[in-house]
Design a protein. Structure first.
Length: 458
């Protein structure tokens, strides 16, 4: 039988706010924007009060039109990246799917897993194909993940103790299984046809784009101040966005110049004021994360620009595994393949191939073969060897050791064994480490388990 549930609730009128409107060009292009007057992150007039929520979010109403990037600096452009907290409904689904992956791998490292999750008010559903010798209490795994995300009260739209849990799993198709199976792991065929990308650059110590790195760290901080009690009004759901102004240096490399704007949307308790939300987010989230050198008197802040975010999480928006691929990867830089990362074991090259591509890109940049690069790998289901390897350095190849832009792909093929089984073996991807990747990005992290972040000598 099918049970259909409808939930009705009254939303307060949306406050009229005016936010910036900008058109960011492609890398190397130019951009301009209609912006608010300068808003400083700290008081500049003795004991003057910090800007109120209305001032921070609505002062553009009376602002003169001024360009964001200097019209004389034709190499300046804007680029924005976003992130979400671990309790955003889509990230909750990623976490549940990867919790299932880890539960299976813990007891049976050879498990084949493709697990999708969907959540809405009061219900979580998992469905997909799993072949494993492990006996898993899927319901308990799901409830534990929901609890850890902070959904412990029906008022939040989801309560791990009382939510409905539906499990709809089958075994992996035998047609797929026979194309992947092999006597030796090294000879294992790809679990699906796939195109994957990896990216690296010199903007941060972790070789990640600055806009993406800051947005990710802001969302992680947003969750941290909720969990440690620093801000008792914050609720689980949240989203961040950082727009950086970049300038092309003499070598044609995008270089972070300043933070143009920061947007934070934080789910909150009913009784907290917008002024307090703005002040607290600036003091306890932005300042501990964003280096002061990137903030200036022109940086724009939009704290909860909708004016109200009491209803959030699955109660506000349905969640689905795999719906935040740009948050998971490089914040819009480089490229992204067609498959999601979470909910899959490593025989799926959507996941293992993407990790290998990042490993290659980071190793090339760290070794000084280029200043930034994007690596593409393609695979065909059932075949072990990749169909193609492509390296794009955006014209930043340094010709180290005589390697040219055109020869780097061949260098990669000689230094990295890109058969799926060899990737699984080299990066030790049969360990139960996948849940850690589900929130705050699969790349640019220093966890010991993330071997694709360990630079390989080339």
């Amino acid at each position: 039988s099918v049970v259909t549930a409808y939930t009705y609730y009254n939303k307060p009128p949306k406050q009229q706010t005016t936010t910036m409107s900008s058109t960011a060009g492609s890398v190397g292009g130019s951009a301009s924007a209609e912006t608010a007057p300068p808003l400083t992150p700290t008081n500049t007039a003795g004991d003057a009060a910090p800007p109120s929520a209305d001032e921070m979010n609505q002062s553009a109403n009376n602002a003169p039109t001024t360009p964001t990037a200097s019209t004389e600096d034709t190499d300046s452009f804007l680029f924005a990246s976003e992130s979400v907290t671990e309790s955003h409904p889509d990230k909750l689904c990623d976490t549940i799917s990867d919790a299932i992956v880890d539960a299976c791998l813990t007891l049976d490292p050879s498990s084949r897993i493709a697990c999708e999750t969907v959540c809405k008010t009061g219900v979580v559903i998992i469905f997909g194909e799993i072949t494993t010798s492990a006996s898993i209490n899927y319901e308990q795994v799901i409830r534990d993940a929901v609890r850890d995300a902070g959904y412990d009260d029906p008022a939040k739209g989801l309560d791990y103790k009382t939510c409905n849990v539906i499990v709809a799993l089958e075994e992996q198709s035998p047609d797929i299984a026979q194309s992947v199976d092999s006597t030796k792991v090294e000879d294992m065929g790809a679990g699906d046809s796939s195109v994957v990308f990896g990216y690296a650059c010199e903007e941060t110590p972790e070789f990640m784009p600055m806009s993406h790195s800051l947005a990710t760290k802001l969302s992680a901080r947003l969750a941290a101040v909720r969990k440690d009690g620093t801000l008792d009004w914050i609720r689980p759901d949240g989203k961040t966005q950082v727009t950086m102004e970049y300038v092309m240096n003499a070598d044609g490399i995008p270089t972070p110049k300043r933070v143009h704007s920061i947007i934070i949307s934080a789910q909150h308790a009913e009784e907290v004021s917008n002024d307090k939300i703005s002040a607290d987010l600036l003091e306890h989230v932005v300042k501990p994360v964003v280096p002061e050198k990137y903030l200036d008197d022109k940086t724009i802040y939009h704290m909860n620009p909708s004016g109200r975010f009491v209803i959030g999480g699955p109660h506000s928006d349905a969640g689905l595994t795999g719906r935040k691929p740009i948050v998971d990867s490089y914040g819009g830089w480089g490229s992204y393949g067609g498959g999601t990362l979470s909910g899959k074991d490593a025989t799926k090259v959507d996941r293992s191939g993407a990790y290998a591509a990042r490993w290659i890109a980071k190793s090339l940049v760290a070794a000084g073969y280029c200043h930034r690069c994007c690596v593409q790998l393609s695979y065909a289901i059932g075949l072990a060897q990749p169909i193609s390897v492509h390296v794009d350095t955006y014209g930043t190849c340094t010709n180290k050791n005589g390697q040219t832009e055109q020869s780097l792909a061949k260098l990669v093929e000689t230094k990295f064994d890109l058969r799926p089984g060899c990737i699984v073996k080299e990066l030790d991807l049969r360990r139960p480490i996948m849940r850690k990747t589900a929130a705050y990005g699969h790349f640019g992290r220093e966890e010991e388990e993330f071997k694709w972040e360990k630079v390989k000598e080339i």
